[in-house]
Structure formats: structure tokens, C-alpha cells
Design a protein around this ligand. Structure first.
Ligand code: FAD
Length: 329
């Protein structure tokens, strides 16, 4: 049961999730981490609580942000810089680049940019490190679909409910969040209308299940667990069914992409990239972003950002020593 919950926390079905990855998570979240796992949430919508304030900080430091505009093609300028064409037809020439999209978006970018990943001066048709890297990108896979369903209901949840519960073995549902209990915008809406905002998540969905079946199963679980919602009218809803989370299949480790690439002016960041220390999900996305930025800072002779993680050795390593076994690392 625990393995299933953990594999689902990383959006992967348990039978397809690497045991090594699972052990690394246990180390990261529990045995290697004296503070234990702490759930923290933003008290407002991400847009106003995180992204807009962060954008303001960056812009005050001279950063130009271009949201709503994707990179669609990479080429080289005559002096070897990256020439990026955007979905709005804009062209940007840059010295160095960090690519941090999802796996399918990275694969599309690489497929449509034959020179991407080759070191400066190498021809796209040259065999070599750039060619291997491009094959490695193409070999990446995503795991099964996930669904997120947010419902605005016309009545409140029962008093004493937890803001968030994780579940397993109750059908497709993996967790239920009651937004008015932790987020200001939902709390205000619930106070004004007497309603509630409920979010249901289902991860690692089997391929054969279609959207109507997913909705029906999630609603059944909500009604069973929170009977006060049975008679509720749905005033509004948002339903997402997506498939872009990275897979971590057994045996796939040698194919994992690293932050650095054969091109010393091109780096990767994201929750799919390998780190030399335990990380996952948002921590991995943030850590690889910092590692990628540090490569570029180093190149320019600027101070690098320190990066903290849990100690790499856990209590099991001590047991291995006590038994006189050799520790591989
Ligand atoms: C339902 C759900 C719940 C989650 N809960 C948690 C949690 O509780 N804790 C946790 O740690 N993690 C959680 N995660 C995982 C976490 O959201 C991801 O690990 C994290 O967002 C990965 O960050 P990323 O930067 O690698 O990729 P993303 O967040 O996917 O960002 C990629 C970005 O690239 C952009 N992009 C794509 N193509 C292009 C292009 N061509 N040009 C420019 N931009 C492009 C996309 O628009 C997107 O903004 C959850 C994920 C989901 C789906």
C-alpha cells in the first residue's frame, strides 16, 4: 500500500516505478531527513501568491519576461550563439540557454531543431556526443495520465474536515483538498456564497479508462468519504486530464538526462533531469534550475548559488558497516 501511494505521488503506476527511485524518495523524505516530511501550501492562488511577486522581483533586476510565448526552433548565428524563434515569430539571439519544458515539449523542440545539442561548430549530421544526446532525449517517456477536478459546490464541507487527505484503495482518487480551509480566495468565496471548493486528484490512470468513467469514480469516492457533498449542486468546475509527467521505469536510469549537455552553452532543468543527490518533483525542478544557472555563472566567473540537500548517507548505511559489509559508495 505504501509503495502504491509513493509511486502515485510521482504520478507513476506502482508496477512501472523503479524501486531505486522509490528508495531514493524514502531517503529524501524520511530516513535521510531529520526534519521529516512537511506539507506546505501557498495561502493564496499561485498567480498572486508566487508568480506575480516573483516576476516583479526579477523585473526590478532587469529581467525581461516573455510569458505566453514558446520557443519553437533553435539555430546558430554565424558567431555561434543560439538563435531562438518563438511562437510569436520573435527571434532572440542568446549566449547560453537553459531548457526547462516538459518531456514532450523538449522532444518536440529537439526534433524540430536539428542542430540543438551539438557543440558549437559541429555539423548536425556529425556523429558524436550531440547525436547520442538527441537520441537520449527521444528515448525519454512520460508516465500514465493524471486528472485534476476542481468543483465549486453550493454547500460547505462538514465541520472538522482536514484541508487535505491522501487516499489509496478507494478507486481512482488519490487525494481530496478542501480549498476554503487553506486558500484565501476560496475562503472568501465560500464565506460569501456558503459553498465550498473541492479538488480531487487521480494519478497513474489506466489507459482504458475514459473521462466520463473517471469523473463518475471520483464523484462516487467524494460522496462516500464526505457524505455531506451527496446532495450538493455543482456551481462550476474545471477538469484537467493530462499526460506529461516523466516516467521512472525500472532500468531507465542510464537514459536519464543530465543538467549539462554536449553543448557547453546549453543546459536542461526540470523534474525529469538527474541530480547527483536525492531530489524529486518540485525540489528536483528547482535544484536542476539552480545547477544549470550555476554552470552559466561559473562560465562567467560569477559566484555560484549554494544548493542544500539532505545528507546522502542514511541510518541503513550504519547497519551495513556494523555487519562488516562493504558499502558500495
Ligand atoms: C496535480 C499535480 C500535483 C502536484 N503536487 C505536487 C506536490 O505536492 N509537491 C511537489 O513537489 N510536486 C508536485 N507536483 C509536481 C510538480 O508540479 C512538478 O514536478 C513541477 O512542476 C515540475 O516543474 P518543471 O519546471 O520541471 O516543469 P513544469 O512545471 O511542467 O514547467 C514546464 C514549463 O515549460 C513551459 N513550456 C513548455 N514548452 C515550452 C516551450 N516550447 N517554450 C517555452 N516554454 C515552454 C510550460 O508552459 C511550463 O510552464 C504536482 C504535479 C501535478 C500535475
Amino acid at each position: 500500500m505504501l509503495f502504491d501511494v509513493f509511486a502515485h505521488s510521482f504520478f507513476n503506476p506502482e508496477p512501472e516505478f523503479s524501486a531505486a527511485e522509490l528508495l531514493m524518495m524514502f531517503h529524501f523524505y524520511f530516513v535521510g531527513n531529520p526534519e521529516g516530511i512537511v506539507f506546505d501550501v501557498a495561502s493564496g492562488p499561485f498567480s498572486t501568491a508566487i508568480w506575480q511577486p516573483m516576476a516583479a522581483v526579477l523585473e526590478r533586476r532587469g529581467v525581461r519576461l516573455r510569458t505566453g510565448e514558446g520557443a519553437v526552433h533553435f539555430a546558430r548565428t554565424s558567431d555561434g550563439r543560439h538563435r531562438i524563434t518563438s511562437s510569436k515569430g520573435q527571434v532572440y539571439d542568446v549566449d547560453a540557454c537553459i531548457l526547462a519544458p516538459s518531456v514532450p515539449a523538449l522532444q518536440q523542440l529537439v526534433a524540430e531543431s536539428p542542430g540543438l545539442g551539438h557543440p558549437r561548430g559541429a555539423a548536425p549530421e556529425d556523429p558524436g556526443a550531440g547525436h547520442c544526446w538527441r537520441e537520449q532525449v527521444a528515448a525519454q517517456t512520460v508516465t500514465a495520465r493524471f486528472a485534476v477536478w476542481r468543483l465549486w459546490l453550493d454547500r460547505p464541507s462538514a465541520p472538522g474536515r482536514a484541508p487535505f487527505v491522501g487516499t489509496t484503495g478507494l478507486g481512482l482518487v488519490d487525494n481530496i483538498s478542501l480549498y476554503p480551509l487553506f486558500e484565501d480566495e476560496s475562503r472568501d468565496w465560500a464565506a460569501r456564497t456558503g459553498g465550498s471548493v473541492v479538488e480531487l486528484h487521480a494519478y497513474a490512470l489506466p489507459d482504458a479508462i475514459e473521462e466520463p468513467e473517471i469523473r463518475a469514480d471520483l464523484l462516487r469516492a467524494l460522496h462516500e468519504l464526505y457524505p455531506e457533498t451527496r446532495a450538493a449542486k455543482t456551481l462550476d468546475e474545471r477538469f484537467l486530464l493530462r499526460q506529461d509527467c516523466p516516467a521512472f521505469r525500472p532500468g531507465a536510469h542510464p537514459q536519464r538526462l543530465r543538467v549539462d549537455t554536449p553543448d557547453p552553452t546549453l543546459y536542461l532543468a526540470g523534474d525529469f533531469a538527474h541530480t547527483p543527490f536525492p531530489t524529486a518533483l518540485m525540489e528536483r525542478a528547482a535544484s536542476t534550475g539552480i545547477l544549470a544557472a550555476n554552470h552559466i555563472l561559473h562560465h562567467h566567473g560569477a559566484a555560484e548559488e549554494p544548493l542544500w540537500s539532505v545528507p546522502p548517507r542514511g541510518p541503513l548505511a550504519r547497519l551495513i558497516h556494523r555487519k562488516g559489509l562493504r558499502h558500495p559508495g
